[in-house]
Ligand binder design. Structure first.
Ligand SMILES: NC(=O)c1ccc[n+]([C@@H]2O[C@H](COP(=O)([O-])OP(=O)(O)OC[C@H]3O[C@@H](n4cnc5c(N)ncnc54)[C@H](OP(=O)(O)O)[C@@H]3O)[C@@H](O)[C@H]2O)c1
Length: 342
């Protein structure tokens, strides 16, 4: 793998909730870039963004010249990645892609920094960043899998609305405002639908057992990502995953309640020792259970409620929560870019 010193960087989708977090993280980590370009749609083109590297004018992706970039962090949706990433690669860039466009391509590594870093060296110009829900879960599952081999896992997610971008955040705030006007109606069934169309049902004061779009076998694409991406990241297609993805009225921070069974019995003490030694993971005790509000704005993935299974012995129940905009998206792309540095 060619390593790059002082890369010329670009963020594609720079004005989105993930893109702006990428810029913030590059700044926080004092990323050693030599130049920075910001790209988005024609709606944002011309906007001037003050950055640690000087003012940068947002370019229209559709007409921008993709040459002269060493590393491009793509976060403008899968359709843009499919259409534009190949031209960036042809122009000499390595693309770290935050969409689902290339994740299942066997020629594209799918990498969680601190879990399967070694996979990055096989890239051919595109590296895929995993789905935000799978990412946090893998921070705990990866080290446990290396120690004892995950045989099967039941995973239920509690996903924040910022996982649907800026639009998701706005819908949550709007619906909470509208529904708060008549709190008594939340208890007597007289509430009226605030009318947002982003989700299939209201998300304010509610829980939706429906994150993503329904695809095969009555599962959503978010649920299939948990199955397929877990197997690819852990390098084991035999792992059985039973996913349920739920949208909750949380702004930032995706949580997963997971039950895991291994090739051998794993007790709580061993699990705690493994997780406490895992990079990027913090284990919290029952005195302060980790929540999305705790995970929002920080880099660590928080793990709590580590328990031995009660029914079938030998497995573990645990709770994992991480910032979907940071470790779930922007932080991991920046960490992958750091792995490309000379
Ligand atoms: N939010 C999360 O937790 C999360 C986590 C992991 C992965 N992702 C993925 O990250 C990507 C971005 O998500 P987001 O949450 O940041 O969404 P977002 O807030 O809606 O931002 C979307 C970004 O894409 C740009 N864009 C949209 N259409 C475009 C077009 N036709 N040409 C060029 N740029 C275009 C937007 O530019 P304008 O501002 O000009 O419209 C904006 O910069 C998606 O692929 C998403 O699946 C998101």
């Amino acid at each position: 793998m060619t390593r790059i010193a002082s890369p010329r960087m670009a963020i594609v989708g720079a004005t989105g909730v993930v893109g702006t977090t990428m810029l913030a993280i590059l700044t926080e980590r004092n990323f050693p870039l030599s130049s920075l370009r910001l790209l988005a749609s024609s709606r944002s083109a011309g906007t001037v963004v003050p950055t640690a590297w000087g003012d940068v004018t947002v370019e229209d992706l559709a007409i921008a010249d993709p040459a002269g970039i060493d590393i491009a962090l793509f976060s403008a949706g899968g359709a843009r990645s499919l259409e534009f990433a190949p031209a960036f690669v042809a122009g000499g860039a390595v693309v770290v892609d935050n969409s689902s466009a290339f994740r299942r391509d066997p020629a594209v590594p799918l990498v969680v920094a601190d879990v399967n870093d070694e996979a990055i060296s096989s890239h051919n110009g595109i590296i895929a960043n995993p789905n935000c829900t799978t990412m946090g879960l893998m921070m705990a599952a990866g080290p446990l899998h290396r120690a004892a081999g995950i045989d099967r896992m039941i995973a239920t997610s509690y996903q924040a609305t910022s996982g649907s971008g800026q639009a998701g955040l706005e819908v949550l705030l709007h619906e909470v405002d509208v529904l708060s006007e008549k709190p008594e109606d939340l208890a007597n069934g007289a509430w009226s639908d605030p009318g947002s169309t982003l989700y299939s049902r209201p998300i304010g004061f509610n829980v939706l057992p429906h994150a993503g779009s329904f695809v095969d076998e009555h599962y959503t694409d978010e649920e299939w990502k948990l199955v397929n991406e877990t197997r690819k990241i852990l390098g084991d297609d035999s792992i059985r995953v039973e996913p349920t993805c739920v949208r909750v009225p949380v702004a930032v921070g995706h949580s997963v309640a997971a039950t895991m069974f291994f090739d051998r019995a794993v007790g709580r003490d061993e699990a705690l020792e493994i997780l406490e030694g895992a990079p990027g993971v913090e284990v919290w005790g029952d005195d302060k259970v980790p929540t999305p509000l705790d995970a929002a704005g920080i880099d660590a993935t928080l793990v709590g409620r580590v328990r031995e299974t009660l029914g079938e012995k030998g497995g573990l129940n645990l709770w994992v929560v991480s910032d979907n905009l940071r470790k779930g998206a922007a932080l991991n792309t920046v960490q992958l870019a750091e792995l490309l540095l000379d």
